[in-house]
Design a protein around this ligand. Structure first.
Ligand code: NA7
Length: 539
């Protein structure tokens, strides 16, 4: 260890929801000496980067897409809409960072370029692009599940000479669409949120669609003072419900399809569609993600809605989704299908009319040429695993994560990796991560990590490491859970299928509340599935 190396108890990478809470918890509640690093120019993580027009939480959000641990924080923050906008989420995180004076311990605009475990010292050493080296006993990777942009590699795409922006790397300066012909590639949450907003200004929007989607009406609306007061008064109960119910406090209605006639089921779908938000996905029938026939019925209901909304039958035909409803990330929109009724929005179905090349001013498809001034790439991310692989930490024996995860993303509990002692992930692969309320998930994961660190300190231990056996068993459990559902039948980023060559594997734990019970049970059993090393002299 060199003398000029900064020494910490813990290093955190990332200052989004998970990283900020970790910094607060470890520094202020545990009294540890902690340093955080972030490539961004400010706090917010995904919410710092994803500032494209229309960006909102793709869930029934306010006030539940927020930290839950502090009633003071709940009482002092004014959420204004039911579906929180990117600007509001970012303002909230900035407020959180100010309130707990976090920024003084975060190095912004700093990439961690290397992270290596020193087996003798039982510590992690990191290097940054600023030439700094630092060492800590614990490395907390809060690197974000949706961070590494997926860039399409069509022939000649670099020849396009107009403005080109990926939604996940949106400029901080205002982007004007006025008078411009804008091509939007991608119809996931980002594209579907952005298209109606861009259409308000642009001369023309051409959407390049690879897979048609089921999008549900978000029905975003202002939150009333009464609602906000009610949430605050009931916060302790709501927080408890969130913990028990997969991250959201809403009571999901458990209905059996066979108890209802097809007509009654249709009436239920209609009501849930009118309610908007995620209700059709979570409150229709319990088996919708398991039973193909039932799923087909709901899928057909949504296809019917698209046919009703979109006036041009040919455009409606191209928009018909054909995968199992709910098995890709559920999208909530504010006027997506309606946008196709505008004269300045048109759709290219890339399955029927694939892209052949780009020129400096156009996209050439098999059947024609679309002149564009701007290209918006809403093409998603190397989700859940990409940012860990980007960091590529080197564990025991110099084994890199890229080597470890070459064929399969093995973790234990979604937070640790065999061969990588003292490294913890927030929202890692096979944790509930993207299927749970991420702020609450971050809090709960950090609390478990804190218990683990207490255990090490109490027992005078130097390192904790998951066993291969525990990781294998965990991986089978995650696969078994997913295989009981229709998720694995769809090419989605949950399955890693959006990135060519990525191992196909379901990347999330499907039962969030059960997951946190499992974490607690592991801790109570003396951290079952882990091995420990005594603290070495001088370590
Ligand atoms: P998504 O959900 O991964 O969507 C990306 C979209 O881009 C999707 O429609 C993809 O089609 C499409 N795509 C990806 N690559 C290409 C290429 N090469 N050509 C054409 N179209 C392509 O990312 P989002 O950013 O929308 O959402 C990610 C999450 O961020 C979201 O769930 C929110 O939580 C926030 P595909 O369906 O793969 O055929």
């Amino acid at each position: 260890m060199t003398d000029n190396m900064h020494q910490y108890d813990a290093i955190i990478i990332g200052s989004g929801f998970g990283g900020l809470y970790s910094l607060h918890h470890m520094r202020d509640l545990m009294g540890l000496n902690v340093r955080a690093f972030d490539s961004a120019g400010g706090v917010g993580g995904t919410w710092w980067y994803n500032r494209y027009p229309g960006a909102r939480v793709d869930a029934p959000s306010s006030p539940f897409y927020a930290y839950t641990f502090s009633n003071d924080l709940v009482n002092e923050w004014e959420w204004t809409e039911t579906q929180t906008s990117q600007a509001s989420v970012l303002a909230y995180l900035e407020h959180f960072a100010d309130r707990f004076d976090l920024c003084k311990d975060i190095e912004f605009e700093t990439w961690v370029t290397d992270a290596t475990y020193d087996e003798t010292a039982q510590r992690w050493t990191i290097e940054t692009d600023k030439g700094e080296t630092a060492s800590a006993q614990f490395l907390i990777c809060a690197v974000g599940a949706l961070f590494v942009a997926n860039m399409p590699d069509y022939p000649g795409i670099d020849d396009f000479a107009g403005e080109c922006y990926h939604t996940g790397r949106w400029p901080h300066e205002p982007v004007s669409f006025a008078g411009k012909r804008v091509g939007v590639m991608g119809t996931g949450s980002s594209g579907i949120q952005a298209i109606p907003e861009i259409a308000k200004q642009a001369e023309h929007v051409t959407v390049f669609q690879r897979t048609p989607q089921y999008s549900l009406p978000a029905r975003n609306r202002p939150l009333s003072e009464e609602e906000l007061t009610g949430y605050r008064e009931d916060w302790d109960d709501l927080r408890e419900s969130m913990r028990r119910r997969g991250g959201w406090p809403f009571k999901t209605i458990r209905r059996r399809a066979s108890d209802h006639t097809p007509e009654e089921r249709h009436a239920i779908y209609e009501t849930l569609w009118e309610e908007g938000g995620i209700h059709l996905a979570i409150n229709s029938f319990s088996a919708v993600l398991m039973d193909k026939d039932l799923n087909n019925e709901v899928s057909e209901f949504v296809r019917g809605k698209i046919r009703e909304i979109v006036k041009d039958p040919e455009t409606a035909r191209k928009l018909m989704p054909d995968y199992y409803f709910g098995t890709k990330r559920q999208i909530l929109d504010n006027g997506y299908y309606e946008a196709y009724n505008l004269d300045n929005v048109s759709l290219v179905d890339l399955r029927e009319d694939p892209i052949q090349s780009f020129s400096s001013t156009s996209v050439r498809t098999e059947q024609g040429e679309q002149p564009i001034d701007m290209l918006v790439l809403a093409t998603g991310f190397d989700a859940v695993t990409g940012s860990m692989l980007n960091l590529n930490p080197k564990g025991r024996g110099g084994l890199s994560l890229k080597q470890k995860w070459e064929n399969r993303f093995d973790t234990y509990l979604g937070t640790t990796i065999a061969g990588f002692p003292n490294l913890f992930m927030i929202h890692g692969p096979t944790s509930p991560g993207v299927l749970y309320t991420m702020p609450l998930g971050g809090e709960r994961t950090m609390r478990w990590i804190a218990d683990c660190i207490h255990h090490l300190k109490e027992q005078n231990l130097g390192a904790i490491e998951a066993t291969d056996l525990a990781a294998e068993k965990w991986g089978r459990e995650i696969d078994d859970m997913a295989n009981q559902t229709l998720y694995p039948l769809t090419d989605s980023w949950y399955m890693g299928a959006n990135i060519p060559g990525k191992p196909r594997q379901f990347l999330a734990h499907l039962r969030g509340s059960q997951y946190f019970d499992q974490l607690n049970a592991v801790a109570e059993a003396g951290f079952e599935g882990f091995v420990f090393e005594a603290r070495r002299k001088g370590a």
